[in-house]
Design a protein around this ligand. Structure first.
Ligand code: SF4
Ligand code: SF4
Length: 148
């Protein structure tokens, strides 16, 4: 699909809908994007995949609704680095969350949501396992120290 190709009879006005969305805390930050690319250069997801925060904002400002179909939208894991470094007070992190919500509302992202939740659950279980191992080691050391 070309970037300007529309997928909807009644196109979303991305910028306006993002600004008025409850998840947006940066008011009209999305309109101030100067395409400096700082978000992309500091984004861990961009380092390891084709995900590109700067391009997301470019496509939003172009009104390109095909962005909602991009699998890589789901590569953002909300570290908020882009949110803290943007020189004009935009937050690609929040824009990403709103775009995913639009996609789910339009029945586009449901399968991705399950994949994403599966990934999150897997990651959380790994962290829990590590924590339990660590906790059990501490308990063992405390019990050994108590026997001396
Ligand atoms: S850091 Fe901010 S201004 Fe620069 S490209 Fe990203 S969103 Fe736009
Ligand atoms: S919140 Fe998402 S878009 Fe922003 S830096 Fe982190 S992974 Fe990248």
């Amino acid at each position: 699909m070309t970037t300007q190709q529309k997928i909807n009879e009644a196109p979303i006005n991305f910028a306006e809908d993002i600004i008025s969305n409850v998840k947006n805390t940066r008011e009209d930050g999305v309109l101030k994007c100067v395409q400096c690319g700082l978000c992309t250069s500091t984004c861990p997801a961009a380092r390891h995949s084709e995900y590109n925060p700067r391009e997301i904002i470019e496509r939003v400002l172009d009104g390109d609704e095909t962005i909602m179909h991009e699998d890589y939208l789901w590569n953002c894991f909300y570290c908020y680095t882009c949110h803290s470094v943007c020189p004009v007070g935009n937050s690609v992190c929040e824009v990403n969350q709103i775009l995913k919500q639009f996609a789910i509302n339009q029945g586009i992202g449901g399968d991705k949501l399950y994949e994403y939740l599966g990934f999150l659950t897997h990651t959380l279980m790994q962290q829990l396992e590590l924590f339990l191992k660590y906790f059990s080691t501490i308990l063992q050391k405390m019990s050994l120290a108590g026997q001396k």
